[in-house]
Design a binder for this molecule. Sequence first.
Ligand code: PEP
Ligand code: MN
Length: 368
Amino acid sequence: MSDNIFDIEVQPLSAWSPSGDKPLIIAGPCSAETESQTLTTAKSLCGHVNIFRAGIWKPRTDPDSFKGVGEEALKWLQRVKNDYSLPCATEVLSPAQVELALKYQVDYLWLGARTTINPFVVEEIAAALKGVDIPVFVKNPLSPDLSVWVGAIRRLNKNGIKKIAAVHRGFNSLYAAPLRNDPIWNIPIKLKCMYPSLPLLCDPSHIAGDVKFVDAIIRKAISLDMTGLMVEVHANPETALSDSRQQLTPDRFLTILSHISDYITKPLYKNEVAEDTPEIKQLEYLRSLISTFDENLLNTVSQRLHTVEEIGTIKEKLNMPALNVSRWNQVMESCLARGKELGLSEQFITDLMELIHRESLELQNKSN
Ligand code: PEP
Ligand code: MN
């Protein structure tokens, strides 16, 4: 692991989550719009999810669009708690909003992507939460910068908040893509490797941007062993005042939940069974093969790069540049052809060879 890992001290999810040692399922509308929309949505979710979410203050891109109802909607969340026994979560963007949310006994807070990205605002919110025992969900920042995400978590932690979960909601992307936000899965995976005890949830709705992708994103999150989900669900998505396309109807959401019942009901952090079953033996054997392949792979890469350095010395003598486009095109072409024969994806071969080529150029540049 890299050497700039800072300590964080968080409580395990089971110590504070209404889901106990099971994945935490949070759902509800993007925004609380009216009392009846809030209560109808909560009614359809009660008994199926652990926490009800609804935005009260909405950070919108367009200044003329719906900005959330504000304080009035906090009373609706209180009704959700009382009428449906569902704990509630909302987004806070300032110390004043923290104060109001606490006044109305909101159970969980979250920092949105537009807040996490701003260390100054995070610091103010963290200071407002000093001495308050409330769990906080921290969405990733808009930009794909893991250190900013970690920074926000640390700021809360330094102010005594120990009930923290990170929420992966994808990153702004320059490229037109079917998804609204680029998941860049590598970033949450890195966060998980750095802080295995930090609960990590996935918000498939903001990654997807459209209901038709939500199911696939949830499956991907489950395959990465994420600790829970925060999903946007609206009683009547077509009429929603924000994020209309990505909000599921309660029916569609409950169908998804029924398909992932194995995930929802299985305890988290269960160590792999130490039993001597044939499957476990086979798993161990296959893992030993993987270790051998990795060893061979690294040896081969090392030999390749040493050869590249030798070539670099000759190029230097002949006064040739490190980059030779026609040779590189040939290499890539033959690797792609071989990769195809071996059933490897074109994208994978391209990424792999570009990475090796980048290092090769770097080495020849050094020897020059
Ligand atoms: C939201 O959850 O409705 C929201 C605004 O999320 P994000 O901060 O991830 O955009
Ligand atoms: Mn939203």
